[in-house]
Design a protein around this ligand. Structure first.
Ligand code: PEP
Ligand code: MN
Length: 339
């Protein structure tokens, strides 16, 4: 930590601050400038009290306390300079192969899911998405088929060979969902539900962590840290749009997170342009941008008949639209050095 002292401080006040830093278990290094003094406090912030309270303890002497270490460790690139890979079924996310996860917003019926699964597999998707437990804004909206939906996802996996990603909505369901899924999705509304993150991590399954609706990148990285800190190295970050003042789109898909997550972390980054834009007509363009910018995978909503979807109809691609998109993405995937 760096402690910046106020200018023209009496020696006695400076000594009191230094004594407190020592008392809290840190080694102070004093740097005297022309106008003011700065103290570098060396020590482990995890095992010792945080020095941020010094401003409150010495309001006349301490101007500010600045951390020099990042608050996230295990997810940071510093901890693991090489990119990490996440295995889901037979697929590897974060490697040379660009991965596409596709399927309906919600699992609605056997026919709807099987039709979609077969079509997205044929078009080149490798992972099937579909919500069995749905986080709906209104309690009167379709809440998902629950375990029946999970069973349908498992059936679709058996028949198509696709890996399966589905949302884990509650700690209570951690074991149940992990039994059926290859990847657990943590939704935007639960991105800082820390007990749920711990429960997801403990299943040992890969976890796809959506960014919270109004979550800063540092908070998102720290939420991801909960997965790695609970001995599960299989973390995927997923940007799905944040809430801004804009209403033209459902959310504002923040593609700047691709280079930022790549710089700050070794974990793969997935882009969800469906929740991100909330409009099927914008999905293809956002996908091309995401591939070109270095995303590792896409999460795309696809439905045999979006107009009749039980959730998120406006943003789901048709089966034909998805096939077209997969073709159109080929040169972008190649240009990004992926397969
Ligand atoms: C979804 O993927 O259908 C979903 C509900 O996602 P989010 O949590 O990003 O809104
Ligand atoms: Mn959805």
């Amino acid at each position: 930590m760096i402690i910046v002292l106020k200018p023209n401080l009496a020696k006695k006040d400076e000594r009191a601050v230094i004594a407190e830093i020592r008392k809290l278990g840190y080694k102070p290094h004093i740097m005297r400038g022309v106008a003011r003094t700065v103290i570098g406090a060396i020590g482990d912030e995890i095992t010792h009290a945080n020095l941020e309270t010094l401003t409150a303890q010495f309001p006349k002497a301490v101007e500010s306390v600045l951390p020099i270490q990042k608050r996230y460790r295990l997810v940071s690139r510093e901890a693991h300079p090489a990119n990490s890979y996440v295995r889901a079924g037979k697929q590897v996310i974060g490697g040379k192969k660009f991965q596409v996860m596709a399927g309906p917003c919600s699992v609605e019926s056997e026919k709807q899911l099987m039709t979609t699964a077969v079509a997205v597999a044929e078009a080149g998707a490798t992972i099937l998405r579909g919500g069995a437990f749905k986080p709906r804004t209104s309690p009167y909206e379709f809440q998902g088929l629950g375990e029946k939906g999970l069973k349908l996802l498992a059936k679709a996996r058996r028949e198509t060979g696709l890996a399966v990603i589905t949302e884990l909505l509650s700690e209570q369901h951690a074991e149940l969902v992990a039994e059926y899924a290859d990847i657990l999705q943590i939704g935007t509304r639960n991105a800082q539900n820390f007990q749920l993150l711990i429960a997801a991590a403990k299943t040992g399954k890969p976890v796809l962590l959506k960014r919270g609706l109004s979550m800063k990148i540092e908070e998102w990285l720290l939420a991801g840290e909960y997965i790695l800190a609970n001995e599960n190295p299989n973390l995927l970050f997923c940007e799905r749009g944040i809430r801004t003042f804009e209403t033209y789109t459902r959310n504002t898909l923040d593609l700047s997170t691709i280079p930022i997550i790549k710089r700050e972390s070794h974990c793969p980054i997935v882009i969800d342009p469906s929740q991100g834009a909330g409009r099927a007509d914008l999905v293809a363009t956002m996908c091309k941008g995401a591939v070109a910018m270095g995303a590792d995978a896409l999460l795309i909503e696809v439905h045999p008949n979006p107009a009749e979807a039980w959730s998120d109809g406006a943003q789901q691609l048709t089966l034909g639209g998805f096939k077209q998109l997969m073709n159109d993405l080929k040169p972008f995937i190649a240009a990004a050095g992926r397969e």
